[in-house]
Ligand binder design. Structure first.
Ligand SMILES: [Zn+2]
Length: 280
């Protein structure tokens, strides 16, 4: 599932579409449930003939700010890729893969295509970004996200630290891959009760989260299954992960076997030696 580094990679890939105008919108007839809140026809009407003024990201959401039109105020096209969604910029004759659910034709003749094997992704047209994204925690790579703020959030929670990292209201954009990787980098056991982390451990985790996310963006995201970037190419961070889906393999740091457990119903990968249960 695409997380912050994957969505940010797509955002950067699509940034050059700023200034383009959406001329036509086609929604596949079997994909109407990906359009949220309005009918596919109303959705197409509301975003057509608007210029893309900006492409931003909040957590795992992409936000296209679309210009005002004929006296109507500007709107936002919000996209959440969920499990198998992808958003690629193609020439009209280009092959962007099967499962295309929505095609946005642009004024230079190219197309922005939304594809989704499982059709679990979501597209909204809203007046304000908050109407689509809801209440999200701080962006982990912004200045708002400090070690103190993270420690404060953790202190209020009795859940395992891994489960708290996945809570989008605490930090926006982290999913299963980068939660496991950040906890390994911080040498913290995923089942540690969040409220028991010391200020020092929270600082370690804060630093680890930022480093892991930045490294993954540098490698253009992780393609374990379906993820592709804004041009349809795979990322390479899946080759660099230290614990995620490395069950039974040797830890790169200590040589112990990477273990897999369930935390809050999610598969969780960690090194039992580098991430001991007890505090150190
Ligand atoms: Zn280890």
């Amino acid at each position: 599932m695409p997380e912050l580094p994957e969505v940010e990679t797509i955002r950067r890939d699509l940034e050059h579409l700023r200034g383009r105008t959406i001329t036509r919108v086609c929604i596949a007839s079997n994909a109407d449930r990906i359009i949220r809140g309005v009918s596919p026809d109303a959705f197409a009407r509301r975003i057509s003939r608007r210029r893309i003024d900006d492409i931003a990201r909040r957590g795992k959401y992409l936000l296209f700010h679309l210009s005002n039109r004929d006296g109507d105020p500007s709107v936002y096209l919000a996209v959440h890729l969920r499990m198998t969604g992808s958003l690629t910029h193609c020439r009209p004759d280009g092959d962007c893969g099967p499962y295309t659910r929505a095609v946005l034709s642009l004024d230079d003749g190219t197309e922005l295509r939304y594809s989704d094997l499982r059709k679990l992704g979501q597209l909204w047209v809203v007046d304000r970004p908050e109407d689509a994204v809801g209440a999200l925690g701080p962006e982990p790579l912004s200045d708002d996200f400090t070690a103190d703020r993270l420690h404060e959030s953790l202190m209020k929670r009795r859940a395992p630290v891994k489960a708290v990292l996945l809570d989008q209201r605490v930090i926006a954009g982290i999913g299963n891959i980068y939660a496991d990787e950040a906890l390994f980098a911080a040498r913290l056991h995923p089942q540690r009760q969040a409220s028991t982390l010391s200020a020092d451990e929270a600082r370690r985790l804060h630093r680890a989260i930022r480093r892991v996310l930045r490294d993954a963006i540098g490698n253009r995201g992780s393609s374990f299954r379906d993820y592709v970037d804004g041009a349809g190419r795979e990322g390479s961070h899946q080759l660099k992960v230290k614990v995620f889906r490395r069950t039974g393999k040797e830890c790169y740091v200590c040589g112990a076997e990477i273990a897999r457990i369930k935390v809050g119903g999610r598969s969780t990968h960690f090194c039992p030696h580098c991430q001991p249960v007890e505090d150190r």
